[in-house]
Design a protein around this ligand. Structure first.
Ligand code: GAR
Length: 209
């Protein structure tokens, strides 16, 4: 039994050179391993970009410490302080623009976003999701795949459109579900692939612009 992944398109960062550096803004709600993978690709000279700011919406989110370790500014925006999703997204837009961001990366951003945010960065907003979209959209993509009994799941990176976890797919990795997998073991293997594809998918999306 193998747990190797199939990645499509199977491009690596060495094959993509971006003439202009991207100014990234990362939105994250959790531990920030995907933000770290992007920051590492930049630090290693593989991805021509800068992370201008990390915005997080949960006071305890570990991503803030990881941003700090890379010297990346982080800003706490608490959605609970706003009366509507739109009002919150206006604040996100203002913050991202104030840092000169032109590409927004939702790296574990556990909030539904509105056209207020999406239209401020047309075709320059990317999301990573732990399933093979269009299957298992929403907050519990890994649990849903296990509960459904599918034998292959994975992760997807896509451009963001107003409907949750939808929009043109840039890159996917397929991950087999193994006998005895739990949400944690499966999510760990999916995350390895997320870390593999996210930096390449960002570069690919920018190249296609
Ligand atoms: C990732 O697995 C990402 O796919 C998922 O949150 C995790 C964040 O991990 N996103 C979603 O479920 C969005 N619907 P990280 O904080 O370690 O990057």
């Amino acid at each position: 039994m193998t747990d190797s992944a199939i990645i499509s398109p199977n491009v690596s960062l060495d094959e993509i050179s971006l003439p202009e550096p991207l100014s990234l803004g990362v939105l994250a709600s959790g531990k920030g391993s995907n933000m770290v993978t992007v920051a590492n690709a930049i630090a290693q000279g593989q991805l021509n970009a800068t992370i201008k700011v990390v915005i997080y919406n949960k006071a305890q989110a570990l991503v803030q410490h990881k941003a700090q370790a890379f010297g990346i500014p982080s800003v706490f925006c608490n959605h609970r302080d706003y009366s509507s999703r739109e009002a919150f997204d206006h604040v996100l837009v203002d913050t991202l623009k104030s840092y000169g961001v032109n590409w927004v990366i939702m790296a574990g951003w556990m909030r539904v976003v509105t056209p207020v945010l999406i239209n401020a960065f047309p075709n320059q907003m990317i999301n990573i999701h732990p399933s093979l979209l269009p299957s298992f959209k929403g907050v519990n993509g890994v649990e849903q795949a296990l509960a459904a009994g599918v034998k292959i799941t994975g992760c997807s990176v896509h451009l963001v459109q107003p409907e949750v976890d939808s929009g043109p797919i840039i890159m996917q990795a397929a991950v087999p579900i193994l006998e005895g997998d739990t949400t944690d073991t499966l999510h760990q293997r999916i995350q390895q692939q997320e870390h593999h594809i996210l930096p390449s998918a960002i570069a690919l999306a920018a190249l296609r612009q």
